[in-house]
Design a protein around this ligand. Structure first.
Ligand SMILES: [Zn+2]
Ligand SMILES: [Zn+2]
Length: 467
């Protein structure tokens, strides 16, 4: 009566798309973009064609080839049969692309459940970026594209931890977990056969590890018949890492220099954002954020629990990049950017340049052209606060970063705390929950879970597992 079918996140990190069926109720747990899968066929100069509707995505296995789940406009363009949607809901664990982005292709009548904070993050992402086919989570414009068409809004239901809600024959209990983005949840799903637990992405060494503990304890208490667990770093021994260490490392670097400091980190990681904001404050420097990241401050400061500074915070400066005319003319920033560039705390590279030792810039590799305008004095610090390269492309990117560092005579530092639990923490968590069956996902090494529980399924894609 109850089954699980995995359409993504199988022997790959991310791209989770897990179908849970209970009698007539059918829900997806996440509906993410599989980056490795996409990169197998596509790159910068070759992309799935929007002119072919959904067909390129289906043919190349980026999306499961199913009826009754996708948007009519894209199915029609692909010459596919249009049928009524037959999915009751999608439960989204968190706002990362590898869990959320391919909701973009789903039929608008399928309700999407997400945490309130997750909703704010997606709003920020969608306001700051141009509409594109792979990122239309909250609303979409029908294709073929017509400027005048108004967007079609999806049905979004938000929840907080402690809420419980029913979808057909199942009941869902979301429980907060700690991860490198706020508004992340695991789920306990009460089915007719018993409870199924799904971790989403978790860590136990972060600032809010208690939240993940809450999930583990609740999962253990309900005695789940099945556990779907992430295993990103299952093979990682783990080293000393914590947000506090990132703070201390960075503070040491910043306090011992009077030169420009750049910090390269993911702005959706609110812990990291707070870390660098505090390091800047501690060292009497202004914290400079990119124009593109100002949307995160705008939306995330609405949730007081996150402690995200407001756009008009006295320690925040917005970096306005050169555009259009190259003269910072008002007409270069028409549209949604207008709301930020008129502020007194909106600075150009030239304004930053005369205050090199008085700023900490949240400026990463993708904005390195700013350095051409800032012309930093030699000896500036570049703090890379993200994971170290782990595949070929990232090694190539790293070389490119190094060239810039060398060109401007900067010093490079590395300090990071991962969003994913270490191997031992994952093994302990899975043992503690003690589910009857384990389905590892979001990992290239599912077999590394052997020995934790008696019944482990090394998942095969599209196979239906009866629970
Ligand atoms: Zn993920
Ligand atoms: Zn994630």
């Amino acid at each position: 009566m109850v089954s699980l079918t995995f359409y993504g996140g199988v022997n790959e990190i991310g791209g989770n798309k897990i179908l849970l069926e209970d009698k007539d109720t059918r829900i997806f747990l996440d509906f993410g973009k599989g980056f490795a899968r996409r990169a197998k066929y596509f790159e910068e100069f070759i992309n799935p064609r929007v002119s072919n509707g959904i067909e390129d995505f289906l043919q190349m296995g980026l999306l499961p080839d199913m009826e009754g789940i996708y948007r009519d406009d894209l199915m029609k363009m692909a010459g596919r049969k249009i049928v009524e949607p037959n999915i009751d809901a999608v439960l989204l664990t968190h706002a990362h692309s590898d869990h959320a982005d391919y909701i973009s292709f789903l039929h608008e009548d399928i309700p999407i459940y997400m945490g309130e904070t997750c909703h704010l993050i997606i709003k920020a992402i969608e306001e700051r970026s141009n509409r594109e086919i792979e990122r239309e989570i909250l609303s979409y414009k029908p294709r073929p594209y017509n400027r005048k068409d108004s967007p079609i809004e999806r049905k979004i239901n938000t929840f907080r931890t402690g809420d419980r809600f029913k979808i057909g024959s199942i009941e869902v209990e979301p429980i907060h977990v700690d991860h490198s983005v706020p508004g992340a949840y695991g789920f306990i799903i009460y089915t007719t056969e018993g409870p199924i637990a799904y971790t989403g992405d978790i860590r136990l060494h972060g600032t809010k590890s208690q939240m993940t503990r809450d999930f583990i304890e609740k999962a253990k208490e309900v005695k789940p018949i099945a556990l779907i667990a992430e295993g990103t770093r299952i093979k990682d021994e783990g080293r000393e890492e914590s947000e506090d260490k990132v703070y201390k490392d960075s503070n040491k670097i910043v306090s011992s220099t009077d030169r420009l400091v750049l910090a390269d980190f993911n702005f959706k990681d609110v812990d990291r954002l707070r870390t660098f904001y505090n390091v800047a404050k501690e060292n009497d420097r202004k914290f400079v954020v990119k124009l593109n990241d100002a949307y995160f401050l705008k939306w995330l400061s609405k949730d007081p629990k996150l402690g995200v500074p407001k756009i008009d915070d006295e320690n925040i400066i917005i970096y306005v990049p050169k555009k259009g005319s190259g003269t910072y003319s008002d007409s270069d920033y028409k549209g949604k950017e207008e709301q930020f560039i008129d502020r007194t705390n909106a600075w150009t590279a030239e304004q930053i340049a005369v205050r090199e030792g008085k700023v900490l810039c949240g400026i990463g590799f993708f904005s390195f052209t700013a350095l051409i305008d800032i012309k930093p004095d030699p000896g500036a610090a570049y703090i890379h606060s993200a994971s170290e390269p782990y595949n070929e492309e990232q090694v190539i990117d790293q070389k490119r970063i190094d060239s810039w560092i060398e060109h401007f005579g900067m010093n490079k530092f590395q300090s990071h705390c991962s969003g994913h639990a270490r191997g031992k923490d994952l093994l302990d968590a899975v043992k503690e929950i003690g589910a009857k069956m384990l389905f590892p996902v979001h990992t290239e090494h599912p077999e590394a879970y052997k020995g934790t529980v008696p019944n482990i399924t090394l998942v095969k894609e599209t196979v239906k597992y009866t629970i």
